[in-house]
Write a protein that binds this ligand. Sequence first.
Ligand code: ZN
Length: 130
Amino acid sequence: MTRFCTHCGQAVPDNCSFCTNCGAPLAAGSQPQYQVNINSQPNPQPQYAGPKPNNYMVWSILATLFCCIPLGVWCIVCSSKVNKAWQMGNFYQAKSESDKAKKWIIITAIVGLVANVAAFFSSGALQQYM
Ligand SMILES: [Zn+2]
């Protein structure tokens, strides 16, 4: 069986581990290989190609009503940007606004919870039950 150098294409005896023509090392049982550049396609910007991201608008409104109005309004602003960016074709921006809205809803919920618990203790309501 005759092999061919992957570097220069020269026929090389099977028992040689280096090309007799150019001296390139030969992989065992290798056939001529051609380099394929898989990174040839330019991809400057990440593109979001999934379904429309959740805008969490319901959660933003609930957060505004039950937790913290200023933070909740900011959540609604983020939520409304999701649909706006999606309609304009800015899919990646819509996804990032969706993530931002989710993050702020969680923050608003935590702030609202802490505020309610603090108000509960500071009002002395607990002492009525003790
Ligand atoms: Zn060679």
